[in-house]
Each structure stands twice: as C-alpha cells, then as structure tokens.
Design a protein. Sequence first.
Length: 212
Amino acid sequence: MSIMGTIQLFLFCFISLNQISNVYSKTMSSRELKDLLASLRADSQTSNFLLTYYDALNTTGTPLLDFQDIAPVYKAMDKIALTFVTVGQISRSDYMESVRSADAKVRAAVEKLYGLFDKDKNNVIDHEELELTLRPRVVFFYVDLLILGADLDGDKRVTEDEYKRHIATADYVTGDAHKAFLEGNFNFADLDDNTVLEMKDLQILFPHDSPK
Ligand SMILES: [Ca+2]
Ligand SMILES: [Ca+2]
Ligand SMILES: [Ca+2]
C-alpha cells in the first residue's frame, strides 16, 4: 500500500472510532448524528428520516438529545406499540388518543413521528409503511439504546443481557406487555442474530463496495 493509502486508511479508522465514541456519550448532537450517518454511508432517504425523527424527539430544545428527550416518548408510546403488534396498523385518531394523557411536548413529538411514518398521508400507518422504514428503525433503535443508557459497560455494544437488565429497571417501561414488546425490538434490530446490537448490525443495512 502506498504511503498516501496508509494515511487515508489510518484517517478513516480514526474518524470511524471517533464517531462511534461520540455516539456513546449518552447524548447526541445533530452533528454527531450526521457524522454517524456519513460513516455508515446511509442513503439520503434514511438520513432524512433519522434527522427528522431526532428533531421531533428533541423536546427539551437543547442542542443535544439525551435521556430526557427519548424516555418520555417511549413511555407515552407503549399503547401505540402494542396496537401495532396486535392489529398491524394504527389510525391517526387511535394513535393520538393513546397519548392523550402525555404532556403537550411529548404529544407534539409523537404527532410529528406519525407524519414521518404515514408516507401516503392517509391517516393510517400500515404494515407496508412500517416495512419501508426498516433501515431507519434499526439505526434509531441502536442510537436510542445508547442514549437511554442500555449499554451498561460502555463498550458501544448492547448485549441481550445488558438490554434485559436495562429494561427490567427502566422507568419508561410501563408493564409486562410493554417489556415483551421492547424485547422483541432487540431481535428485530440484531440483524446478524449474534445476541449483540452493535455497529456491525447497522453496517449490514448499508452494504457498499469495499475499497480497491
Ligand atoms: Ca398511510
Ligand atoms: Ca455493552
Ligand atoms: Ca448483532
């Protein structure tokens, strides 16, 4: 390999590691999110979805996303999640009714998320629309978990054991049904089925040619 090639490879590895360590700060800025998406070479549709998703979730209005942004939305959306599991779709009215008792900021965030998933704007999120969002959902699930503190030992990998221990004590989990739903999410995002959620799973979503 030429000297320039070696330098480029070194820089690439350095930047990648740096970006991963930024993800694990239990906070995330939009700059860090953009860097992560660039390091994954995410397609523009996925990137736009994720930037809008995290913009909607940032209810505390700070430049950073943290636990206080994500956890209340997870908590408010427990019934919505369960409706999806049992019915396979949800209307806008049922969806908003489910979060009626949440505070106004959380309701506003959740409503923005509805618009993001309901691509054809017919006020129903159906199974097909959910399928279309596979890539962003895997990415945000991983990033959400790091922000929520599920990576207990801080190695940027969330093992199934860490995840179960996290949701057993997390106060945004509203009950057994919600817990079971969240456990199912782990398997959904663990694309290589190695019982660890990590960058490798995200990289599977965005295959690209290896450098020549
Ligand atoms: Ca729709
Ligand atoms: Ca870990
Ligand atoms: Ca995995």
